[in-house]
Design a protein around this ligand. Structure first.
Ligand SMILES: Cc1cc2nc3c(=O)[nH]c(=O)nc-3n(C[C@H](O)[C@H](O)[C@H](O)COP(=O)(O)OP(=O)(O)OC[C@H]3O[C@@H](n4cnc5c(N)ncnc54)[C@H](O)[C@@H]3O)c2cc1C
Ligand code: FES
Length: 254
C-alpha cells in the first residue's frame, strides 16, 4: 500500500451536527487508494501542530472528506480552516475493514463521531454485494450526524429525542457482517453481542506510522498491537476492552 504526503488545499466545509463539521481536502492520490476504516494524519502547513489522526469519511475521484469536532487545540485549529487554506495530509494509514464478497447483509453501528468511517464502509460493503443497514446513535438529536448512507437507516438517541431511545448497539438488527465505530464502552457492548464484529478503534496516537508505540491496544490473548499499523480495525473479541480507557473526549460524544 502506497503512502502519500500531500500539501492539500481545503475545498469544502459543512456542518452536519452540533459542533461537527465535514472538511473536504483535495488529495487525489489518497482518494484513489483509501479503504474504509483507514485514516489520514493531518497537520497544519506550516504550523505548530503535531499530526492528528482522522478517519476518511468519504472519497471521490480527487477529494477526501473528514468529519471533525473540536476537542482540543489540534482539532480546534483544524476546524478553523476555511476553503483555500492548506493542511499537510499523510495517508492512507492503518488497516481498514475486511469486506470480502459472499455475505449479503451488513450492519454499520456508529456512535457520535463514530460515523467517521461509515460512508466508506457502506461504499465498500455495497461493492462487495451486501445490503447495508446503518444504525447511528448519539446522546441527543442535535448531536446526531445528519448524513447517513445505506438502504436502511435506524437512529438512536440516549434521551429519545430522535429515533429509538437507547444505544445504537441495542437498536441494531443482526446481520452477517457487523462493523462498529464509536466510544470504547459502546464497542465493548458491541463485542459482547457480536464477538466477530470488526471495530474501528480510537486511541491516542503519536507518529501514526508504527514507530513510537504510542497507540498500544491491549489484546485479549495478551500483549499489545499498534492501532496505527495492525489496526485501527480489530475483531471485537480480540481487544481487551477492560484495559482500554473509556474517558477519551473523542469517545464521550455519543
Ligand atoms: C484512527 C483514528 C481515527 C480518528 N478519526 C477521527 C475523526 O474522524 N474525527 C475526529 O474528530 N476525531 C478522530 N479521531 C480522534 C482525533 O484524532 C483526536 O480527537 C485528536 O487527535 C485530538 O487532538 P487535539 O489536539 O484536538 O486534542 P488534544 O489537545 O490532544 O486532546 C484534547 C482531548 O482529546 C482527547 N484525545 C486526544 N487524542 C485522542 C484520541 N486519539 N482519541 C480520543 N480522544 C483523544 C484527550 O484525552 C483530551 O481530553 C481519530 C483518532 C484515531 C486514532
Ligand atoms: S502512533 Fe506511533 S506506533 Fe502507532
Amino acid at each position: 500500500m502506497n503512502l502519500f504526503l500531500l500539501d492539500a488545499p481545503i475545498t469544502s466545509k459543512r456542518q452536519v451536527a452540533r459542533g461537527m463539521f465535514v472538511i473536504g481536502l483535495h488529495a487525489p492520490e489518497i482518494a484513489n487508494s483509501v479503504r474504509a476504516g483507514q485514516f489520514v494524519n493531518l497537520a497544519l502547513s506550516p504550523g505548530p501542530l503535531l499530526r492528528r489522526p482522522f478517519s476518511v469519511y468519504r472519497a471521490s475521484a480527487d477529494h477526501i472528506e473528514i468529519v471533525l469536532k473540536a476537542v482540543g487545540a489540534g482539532t480546534a485549529q483544524l476546524l478553523a480552516l476555511e476553503p483555500g487554506d492548506r493542511a499537510s495530509c499523510l495517508g492512507p494509514l492503518g488497516r481498514g475493514f475486511e469486506l470480502a464478497a459472499g455475505p449479503q447483509t451488513a450492519v454499520l453501528v456508529s456512535g457520535g463521531l463514530g460515523v467517521a468511517p461509515m460512508p466508506l464502509a457502506a461504499r465498500d460493503a455495497r461493492a462487495a454485494g451486501m445490503r447495508v443497514t446503518w444504525v447511528h446513535g448519539a446522546r441527543t438529536a442535535a448531536e446526531l450526524c445528519a448524513e447517513t448512507d445505506g438502504e436502511t437507516v435506524i437512529w438512536a438517541t440516549d434521551d429519545g429525542s430522535q429515533g429509538t431511545a437507547g444505544t445504537a448497539v441495542a437498536a441494531a438488527p443482526d446481520a452477517e457482517v457487523v462493523l462498529g465505530c464509536g466510544p470504547n464502552r459502546m464497542l465493548a457492548a458491541l463485542a459482547e453481542r457480536w464477538p466477530a464484529a470488526q471495530v474501528a478503534l480510537e486511541t491516542y496516537m503519536g507518529c501514526g506510522t508504527g514507530v513510537c508505540l504510542g497507540c498500544a491496544v491491549p489484546l485479549k490473548g495478551g500483549g499489545f498491537d499498534r492501532a496505527c499499523k495492525e489496526g485501527p480495525v480489530y475483531r471485537a473479541a480480540d481487544v481487551d476492552w477492560s484495559a482500554l480507557p473509556t474517558h477519551l473526549s473523542y469517545a464521550v460524544t455519543a
